[in-house]
Design a protein around this ligand. Sequence first.
Ligand SMILES: [Fe+2]
Length: 457
Amino acid sequence: MHQDQRGHAMTTESPAAAAALDTAIYNFLHWKSALMPEIKAALEADPGFGLAQAVNGLVLHAARNVAYRPMVGESLAAARAAARAAGAGMTAREQLYVAALDAAYRGEIAESVSCYETILATDPTDLFAQRLAQMELFWIGEMAWSADISERVEEAWTPEVPGYGDYLSCRAFDLEEIHDYAAAERLGRRAVELDPTDVWGTHAVAHVMIMQGRHEEGIAWLDGLKDNWAEANQMCLHLWWHRCLFHLERGEHDAVLEIHDAWVRNREHPLLQALPDLYIDLQNGASLLLRLELRGVEVGDRWDELAELTLGRLDDHTSPFTSAHYAIILAATGRFAEAEALLGSMRGFAAGDEGTLGPRYRAAVIPAAEAALAHRKGKHQRVVDLLLPSRRLLWQMGGSDAQRDLFFLILADSLKTLGRKDLLGIVLADIAAAGFTDPAGRVGYGDADGDADGDAA
Ligand SMILES: [Fe+2]
């Protein structure tokens, strides 16, 4: 029996396995790219290490790729076998991780989150459980629930607890998504002071700044920290995506294209070489290109590599928010037959799935995907017919307010094209409710409201 850095027991006789898993969890919490080799090392040192098997499965599940499902299943089977072999020797906390993986594998995301909450009720500084809960809840749009979790454990976190800064950055993002911007910025900045490589704290503050329209500050914030991201995983590319949001608001389209090519979708970048179709990277790329096109910017053949990767994901329903982007990508390259195949597959999944995600596809993803297709075809009334009734349900597809904004931009563009200024007021009110402090001052909404440039596609 060994302990992790916050004193939680790990059932293994191998010090090497325990140390490797502790490092893996540390790297996960720090968004470092070096993760799978450490988990592999833990399993090589002790193949019967149930917690390591569960962590392996949970990390693979987190990659939101249906191709990984067999490996997730194998990890679950190995974790269950280890739990049986350990009998009463495996701690309740470890068994809850196995249960969380089991629930996630069955598509019962809410049940998985409740396992993490149960862990945290006894072990409030188990930051791995907290971060997994946050991730799951983020991708089903339940950030108020996530904020409740991070608030519940707040008292247990003092500066002496290892990982204090990571707790602060986790809490900061919850606070940002429930629109408590002042507290979010305070905690995010503190986390980054403690550790400038903390990309999650950096990210929380970047979110606050885009929501509050602090574009120049946002660029300066990210520019001042960018040299600390060398060991980060894809979160650093998402931070470059965030920087592009600020440039977009300033009309600096060349800067956006430069960052897109150098970072966000630079296929020569080691992170994209290793994982070219990671879900968040596909989202980032599609979101930027469409935002640029909505500003009337030619993006050339940049959609093509996204489309080629998307063709392998038509039956992948692991990530509602990403699925909506698949439709955007396929439509952008004129692959309407493939987009219809995607929609058919999503409808089949939504009709049959009894887990957490099926209803979310039905309520949010399918209308958003259909709207993306209609928008590309210039069928603006159809866009309005789809998105006006579903817009207040789009949160169910998960993602942040800043990310989901893309679908409101599509709606605003169609309303503007149709000259429906009367309905644009409703969308502006939605954008305010989503937490943006100056909806009418934003690119894509101001002009849509007849106030500004009006050069959108
Ligand atoms: Fe973000």
